[in-house]
Design a protein. Structure first.
Length: 300
């Protein structure tokens, strides 16, 4: 008789327990834990902070999705023990605004490839790539890149993540980080042109308050006593034949190849200095002729 009373008592108590709980485990439909009105296949509801918690039976390594009932913050947390939760993702910052996504929000830094981040976001890698973004179809790539051997740091953009046509490179070998190079791999830089022919090619106007050109060799040698000045007769003959001054590039040459500012300034100065010598020589001849005329007039 006593053996029958215990099972009967359990049977009578189970309905009362089910009624007191707010869990729903139907044979079909949604499952509710902490709610009798689940709105998804698995719906967890709680007035306390914890919503979903998993950990090993020995109490190490925990995982939870957590909601602060007071502040309205939602966290995804992983920790070596369920009481530490070192690694965190926090969505929302107080008052249930849910407007922020914070990684380890409690004043800590985030490390990718390092367990000792020294900044808010610290990426570390033994390979060349540090930060890489590209479209899912493989076109248009962007990366911040460090050469692990040479110590170079590059900012790169390319039409495909394997070509990186456009580059900004900081540092040139052995981690000196003393240079900023544009497209450093032997290429030229173009502004307004996709086919630069010089280290810097600009297709358009350049405005500057001052341009300083360093030049080796200037035109002071024109005033040296040993300098052989062309006769004006030779200059006239050259002009009639070539329609330009000696040593000055032709219009066709300038249109095809351009003109060097430094070389052109030096050549123009040379012609001015030669012109000055011609004027001095003509002045001497003119003074001599005046003296002869005055002498002739005195003898009359």
């Amino acid at each position: 008789m006593h053996k029958l009373l215990l099972p009967l008592a359990v049977c009578f108590c189970l309905p009362n327990i089910s009624i007191a709980q707010t869990n729903v485990f139907p044979s079909s439909g949604n499952v509710g834990i902490g709610t009798t009105s689940p709105i998804s296949q698995l719906h967890l509801s709680s007035d306390s902070n914890h919503s979903f918690n998993l950990s090993r039976s020995n109490g190490t390594y925990g995982f939870r999705i957590y909601r602060d009932a007071l502040a309205g913050n939602i966290l995804f947390q992983i920790g070596t023990t369920p009481t530490t939760w070192e690694t965190k993702i926090k969505i929302g910052e107080g008052g249930g605004a849910n407007t922020k996504l914070l990684l380890n929000p409690n004043g800590g830094n985030v490390g990718i490839g390092t367990t000792s981040p020294i900044s808010q976001l610290h990426l570390s890698s033994d390979s060349n790539h540090s930060f890489n973004l590209s479209r899912s179809n493989g076109t248009y790539g962007f990366r911040i890149y460090r050469d692990a051997l040479g110590g170079n740091i590059l900012f790169q953009i390319g039409t495909t993540p394997t070509t990186w046509e456009t580059k900004i490179k900081i540092g040139e070998g052995e981690g000196t980080n003393t240079k900023l190079l544009l497209n450093p791999d032997g290429g030229n830089v173009g502004i307004g042109t996709s086919l630069p022919s010089e280290k810097l090619s600009v297709n358009g106007n350049v405005r500057a308050q001052k341009i300083i050109v360093t030049q080796t060799g200037w035109s002071d040698y024109v005033f040296e006593p040993a300098y052989q000045l062309r006769s004006l007769t030779d200059v006239e003959r050259f002009i009639k034949k070539n329609r330009r001054l000696p040593e000055i590039p032709s219009q066709k040459e300038v249109e095809e190849k351009g003109v060097s500012i430094g070389d052109n300034q030096a050549m123009l100065l040379k012609k001015i200095e030669e012109l000055t010598l011609y004027v001095i020589e003509l002045k001497k001849e003119n003074d001599g002729l005046k003296q002869r005329v005055e002498k002739i007039e005195r003898t009359k």
